[in-house]
Design a protein around this ligand. Sequence first.
Ligand SMILES: C[S@@+](CC[C@H](N)C(=O)[O-])C[C@H]1O[C@@H](n2cnc3c(N)ncnc32)[C@H](O)[C@@H]1O
Length: 649
Amino acid sequence: MCVKRYKNFQYRGNKEIKFAEFQGTSMNKNQISKEIDRWKNKIREITEQFMKQYPKVVEMESDDDEDEIEEGYGYKIAHENVKIPDEETLIMPYVNENVDHDKIAEILQKTYPSIVGYHKNEYEISDRCFFHVMKKCLEEVNKSKLDPKVFYHSLYLIFPIRGSPNKMSQIFPSLAEKFDARLDALTLEPWNKDETDTKKSFSSHGNHFSYCVPFPYKVDDSKCESTECFRREDRTTPIDRKDRDGLLIYVKKSVNIRGREHFLPFMNHLFSRKDSDFCRAAKKFETLGTCKELHEFVLGLEMRITEPMEAFPRKLTPNDRYHFDQQKEAFEKEIKKSKQELERLKRGVDEGTNSQEDLEAFQSNMKSESCFSSCTDPCTHFGPCGPGNEDCSCKNFCSPFCQCDINCKLRYQGCECKPGECETNQCDCAYQWLECIPGRCTNCCSEETKNSKAQKLVCKNTMLSRKAVPCLLKSGKSTIAGTGAFLTVDVKKGDCVGEYIGHHISTEETDRRDELYKFAANNYLFQLPNGQGNLDGALIGNATRFVNHSSKNPSLSPTYRNMLNGNSHILFIAEMDMKAGTEVTIDYRYPKESEKVMFTYNHEKKAQKYIDEYDEECREIEKEQRRKNRKRPHQRTKASPPRKSRGVC
Ligand SMILES: C[S@@+](CC[C@H](N)C(=O)[O-])C[C@H]1O[C@@H](n2cnc3c(N)ncnc32)[C@H](O)[C@@H]1O
């Protein structure tokens, strides 16, 4: 099976209206159903009109459409991970004709409350035609002030294969970009304005945080009661504004906002709205001043910046180094202690003195080596870091991901290795599963080594940022299972043979997909450290996705590498010298008990196994229910007489 979207496969899935999705509308269920029916008819009418204008010519709509994934091959070659949002709506996958898809849908409905079955679209139209249908409908929706959820649901019912109601609300801008670049798609989507994530967060620029404050110049100013409304000022004010609609404000990180906290609620109010309105804010925070004064205060924040932003950090002092080493030592001690405790518990389970549950509970809370660099939340705050600042989550040591001031004393300042030494855990960066940081790791990544013609002087722990990770594998018929991965060249122990590529999905999405992949022949999920989700190579990837499992003698070991931008990567490193043509393996580290099922290659058999298990579970529940029903009247007569109807006696 594959999560491939088979364009014309018809599946009798769930097409009921989920009224819970319409929460917040003033309509009752009856009215919603009626409105949806009315809109369905309207959409049909508009579609038929546009179908004449844009008949379905053979139009290869897009190369990167997921629908276009080649059947049989099943995935697209990709060179980097692609972050994708959660998909709570499952488009029903196809296993094969011998499997009961209704049953699978029933099982999966626990995990995916809205399963979109493969109903056929009512009309086969091109993307171009669909764009015009949507545009026309949206104009009418706007005019009639209809709840957009009703429209999107109706649209989905006519064109289910184009996406869930939720997805329907997101595709218009990309269609507009493709078919009418001059159209401002957002003007047709007024309902999305408040729903999009308008909460502005700080973004870090060297020693400053920046905010973008959108200006409300388009807002009608008639409502402001102040005689000196800031909008009455000449709009080409002293600020040289680069952005027509907003103002970029930089505030120094080292500024202690303390003492000016009373401005924070106002700033938050202002920045969290799409239409930052000083007049409205002034009304709300009356004691702070008039809208003109507040406007000037915000402009003043930008004006205050006179110094240039530092691009490079200061050099690490011996004292900082000591601080970092101390933290590392303490962390290693903690890890060693918990490993010993784990061994003790395992022995206890074997000898019967400890329970399996205790062991599992301990394992799930146990810190792993990967926690070192991200065991504290990266801090983002004003003022200096450390125990003296209650906003700082890093009490003793800032992680490489912290957004603190470049001159922060607690900041991770990079490793001190020479080029070529950054591969083992002796390197402070490699120890933290971090790529070396040019500009901070001043020895291995110095200008000198970067410019050097001698290849061996280049720091190997910067392969990802240099986009120099090779893929030394190709797929071929495996001796282990299905397709396998084979070396294209001779490699030496320690060489990187490729990066595992896939869709980067959240942990919640992974849990859902895990349920789905139970019905598949292969599972391409690869876990990232520290709850950062998983990479799923089911639909995109490279030859690393074909690496099979071996617990006895794996020839590759996966290694994590984190980048300063927060992205994590998985590199496959050779565990031994190997010749070209060797099939490579890694240890999947599946729990022993699930290995047997995970490696049942026959997906029909696997799917059937889960269906049988589910049937068995249902039978048990039914049996239990019947047993309870049989018991109940008997118990009642014995324990208490049947209740008389209220009010009779
Ligand atoms: C990441 S894929 C590996 C490529 C896969 N063999 C293919 O044909 O696409 C992982 C899947 O391969 C199969 N697999 C990997 N190692 C295996 C093994 N040692 N024994 C049986 N099946 C294995 C399992 O079905 C697993 O879900």
